[in-house]
Design a protein around this ligand. Structure first.
Ligand code: GTB
Length: 216
């Protein structure tokens, strides 16, 4: 059955792979599933046709036959359940990998998104200079803990899993901040993720769309 995901018609990052369709592309590449992409404009994302797929008017979405999903965690969990390669077979190892998926999305991603918001949308506020270091320190608190857990291991729980895919995807958003470089083992972890052939294919696919010059 054909898989179709949605992505920005033109991502605000110009092809750095930071929009959340990249992680879904990466998961599909890891399990060897071909997929189509439907590009949506910011306006189309808020129109009824897209809202019927995604109640919050965002990308990415995932369609496969009569199944429609939104939320990257749910989409990647679905892909990992349907195809081998993203979750271990052993029940306990599988449960731990799923735990890392939730940790990436619920514990590590929120302060990173807050930092992005503070830098991109709040810099003109009179309180921004005072708030920004606090937000950055909340990210550091999580990175301290994650770095201590990872130590010199390659992946979070033995073999690469959907937990690593999501954690690396989340951490990638920090690269431009320089915060990742304060943690050499995390920087190396992210680099290891980016070196995976499946990630490279996913990155190239989104770049092919976003690097195109505007047609209008
Ligand atoms: N929790 C949801 C999920 O994981 O699927 C979050 C989905 C989400 O935030 N989607 C964003 C979106 O559709 C795109 S990825 N935003 C439009 C809107 O809400 O109206 C967020 C994103 C956008 C751009 C960059 N960038 O340019 O660097 C990075 C991340």
């Amino acid at each position: 059955m054909t898989i179709t995901i949605t992505a920005f018609e033109r991502s605000p990052d110009g092809g750095k792979g930071l929009a959340r369709d990249t992680r879904v592309r990466w998961a599909l590449e890891e399990v060897g599933q071909p997929y189509d992409v439907r590009l949506v404009s910011f306006r189309a994302m808020k129109e009824p046709a897209h809202l019927a797929l995604h109640p919050f008017g965002q990308i990415p979405t995932y369609e496969e036959g009569d199944l429609a999903l939104f939320e990257t965690g749910a989409i990647i969990f679905h892909i990992a359940q349907q195809h081998a390669g993203l979750l271990p077979e052993t029940p306990n190892a599988r449960a731990r990998a799923i735990t890392w998926m939730f940790a990436a999305l619920n514990t590590v991603e929120p302060p990173i998104v807050d930092l992005g918001t503070a830098k991109l949308l709040e810099r003109d506020k009179p309180w921004s200079d005072a708030r920004l270091p606090l937000v950055a320190d909340r990210v550091r608190a999580r990175l301290d803990q994650l770095s201590a857990w990872l130590g010199d291991a390659d992946w979070l729980d033995g073999v690469f899993s959907a937990g690593d895919l999501l954690m690396v995807s989340v951490l990638l958003r920090l690269r431009s901040s320089g915060l990742l470089d304060e943690y050499p083992n995390l920087a190396a972890y992210v680099a290891r993720g980016e070196l995976r052939p499946a990630y490279k294919r996913a990155f190239a696919a989104q770049l092919a769309i976003n690097a195109k010059p505007p047609t209008d």
